[in-house]
Structures are given as C-alpha cells and as structure tokens.
Design a protein. Structure first.
Length: 186
C-alpha cells in the first residue's frame, strides 16, 4: 500500500458550517439519507458554527444521536451557542488545540411596547429552551461549580483544554481526512 493512509469504505469525511437553522436541518437530513444509502457507518464531521435557533439545534442533536450512522465531531475553530448541542451528538468528539467553545442561556428580544402577557410567553419559552439544552449539557459534560455559575448569567468560553477537562471532547486532535479520502460539504 505504498505507505499511504486511506479510510475504510464505510467511513466518510464532511464539513458542516453556518447558522443552525431550518436550512441546516434540511441539509443534514439529506446528507444522512445519502450516507445510509451509501452504507456509511462512520461520518467524521468538522463543525464550524456560532449557533442559531434552539429548536433546530435540538432537532439535529436528537436526529444525529439516534442515527444509524456514528458521528465523530470535530471543532477546528469555533462551536458556539446551540451548535454546541448538535456537536454533543457525536459519539466521539475532538477539537483542535486552537478551537473554542461557547455556551450560554437562551435570549430573545421583545417587540417595543410588548404587553406583559406577551413578555410572560417569551420568558416561559426561554426557560423551557434553557431546561432542554441544560439537560443535554449535563448529560455530556462536567463543568466546575464556578463554570456553571458563569453559565447561569453570562457566556461561558472554553478552550480545547478546558473542554477536555470537562469531558466535552475525547481528545485534542485536528480534523485530518486521510490522503485520498473524499471530503463533502453538508
């Protein structure tokens, strides 16, 4: 084999970037459909996203975590906000040494002149979103009490080393498809 590395035929390499929204959900659904038709058992995915919509991120988390394809996630730059939740769907997770993660509570902007009953609905929705995302975070990562306190009221930024300590990632490693491997954008 001339010393060249190649990936097994049941593995594939992908990139996934952009806002977590209904377009990304559709792209992921289509891509996973092709993966299963092609007999892909393991998908290595480089994620680059600053977040987006909570419900779309939760949908992607649930879909990817329960897919017949095993997902191996990578962070080569930034995975933030709800993108962290979809990233946690990976059975194994890696981050480049220079990568960062950011998690925070949900937020929304009320319309000017919003009535109290409308504001209550917004607050109830935000609390529900926070409960859903925090249950996933607590299932996958172990933050210190100080980090949970920061998360409670502010953005919590984690380096790759912080993420390894918190068990968010398996190890610090780069997304590096083997020579000759096909690379597709989702």
């Amino acid at each position: 084999m001339n010393g060249e590395q190649s990936s097994p035929s049941n593995e594939a390499w992908f990139t996934l970037s952009g806002d977590v929204n209904s377009d990304m959900v559709h792209r992921v659904f289509e891509s996973v459909s092709r993966m299963t038709a092609d007999g892909i058992e393991t998908a290595h995915v480089l994620v680059q996203s600053n977040g987006g919509y909570v419900s779309d991120g939760l949908c992607l988390y649930n879909f990817l975590a329960n897919s017949p394809v095993e997902f191996v996630m990578y962070n080569g730059g930034a995975v933030a906000s709800i993108a962290v939740i979809l990233y946690l769907a990976g059975a194994r997770r890696y981050a480049s040494d220079t990568a960062r993660f950011m998690v925070h509570k949900s937020h929304a902007t009320a319309s000017p002149g919003a009535r109290p009953d409308a504001l209550n609905i917004i607050v109830e929705g935000l609390r529900a979103d926070d409960a859903r995302t925090e249950s996933i975070l607590r299932r996958h990562i172990e933050l210190t009490p100080e980090q949970w306190a920061i998360h409670q009221y502010s953005d919590l930024h984690l380096t790759a080393r912080d993420a390894r300590t918190a068990r968010m990632i398996t190890a610090i490693a780069d997304f590096a498809p083997p020579k000759g491997a096909s690379l597709s954008n989702i």
